[in-house]
Design a protein around this ligand. Structure first.
Ligand SMILES: NC(=O)c1ccc[n+]([C@@H]2O[C@H](COP(=O)([O-])OP(=O)(O)OC[C@H]3O[C@@H](n4cnc5c(N)ncnc54)[C@H](O)[C@@H]3O)[C@@H](O)[C@H]2O)c1
Length: 254
């Protein structure tokens, strides 16, 4: 492979929620371009399957069982990565959950669950990688917000919308404070991407109606999200920080 296709040689990437969906596509892309990858998920079986696929393609990956909403597990996951690969250069905060409950029926427990994974998880993982990134004077953090973070969720409830707005706040706050260290922090804001999160939560006729309402009349693919994340994690994106990129097939134009 040419150097152009090995942008992440000598880089170590942690991808949270990498057992399926977009996270799995991110893990495969970074590994295929030379990175050593930590495949992090609460679903260890799924994560191990992704690591096995990467290894079978000649890449390097470890599987780490980690709930991103638990600080002790996050610290252990980063330490596990350091033990295996010596550093951390790229973090993709991808793990997230959706709930469709309407406002009047959301329990305090459900509200806290969505916030703890989608918001606390992004904060805890980002905080945990600052040390190794500062040591290198180079780092890339890419957060999964959503078009829900800029307007209102197509599928999710108010807790999901609020959590994705918060991800943009975390992105901007970290970007401002870490810029001096050569660490950029950006977000992507997908609309509807064809993953289990969407396919398992949406009746087919509702999905078709959504697709027909988009200027590009289809769902996005996990690979299309991976190409954007790969760019934001590359050297070419060094001057981009605190930004939030839409990936909505034209559904959101702001
Ligand atoms: N699919 C979409 O259309 C869409 C649109 C906008 C934003 N997003 C966001 O993109 C991200 C990925 O979405 P997806 O569609 O690939 O989701 P998905 O549900 O298909 O996969 C999410 C993965 O995260 C893991 N996970 C869940 N909770 C976790 C936790 N506490 N700790 C670690 N891992 C955990 C799951 O086990 C799963 O493997 C999410 O943050 C989601 O909110 C998705």
């Amino acid at each position: 492979m040419s150097d152009r296709n090995m942008r992440f040689r000598d880089k170590v990437a942690i991808i949270t929620g990498a057992g399926r969906g977009m996270g799995a596509a991110f893990a495969r892309l970074f590994a295929s371009e030379g990175a050593a990858v930590t495949v992090c998920d609460v679903d260890t079986g799924a994560a191990q399957h992704v690591s096995d696929q990467i290894a079978a393609s000649g890449g390097r990956a470890i599987t780490v069982d980690c709930d991103v909403s638990k600080s002790d597990q996050v610290e252990a996951m980063v330490q596990h990565t350091l033990d295996a690969f010596d550093t951390v250069s790229i973090l993709v905060n991808n793990a997230g959950i959706i709930r469709r409950t309407r406002v009047e029926s959301i329990s305090e427990e459900e509200w806290n669950l969505v916030m703890s994974v989608n918001v606390n998880g992004v904060f805890l993982c980002s905080q945990a990688v600052i040390g190794p990134m500062r040591e290198q004077g180079w780092g890339r953090i890419v957060n999964l917000s959503s078009s829900a973070g800029k307007t209102v969720s197509t599928l999710g409830g108010v807790h999901y919308t609020a959590s994705k707005h918060a991800v943009l706040g975390i992105t901007r706050g970290f970007a401002k404070e870490l810029a001096d260290d050569g660490i950029t922090v950006n977000a992507i804001c997908p609309g509807l991407i064809a993953t289990e999160m969407v396919l398992d939560n949406t009746p087919p006729d509702e999905l078709r109606a959504w697709e027909e309402s988009f200027p590009i009349q289809r769902l996005g693919s996990p690979e299309e999200a991976a190409w954007l994340v790969g760019f934001l994690a590359s050297d070419e994106a060094a001057y981009i920080t605190g930004a939030a990129f839409d990936l909505t097939g034209g559904d959101l134009m702001v």
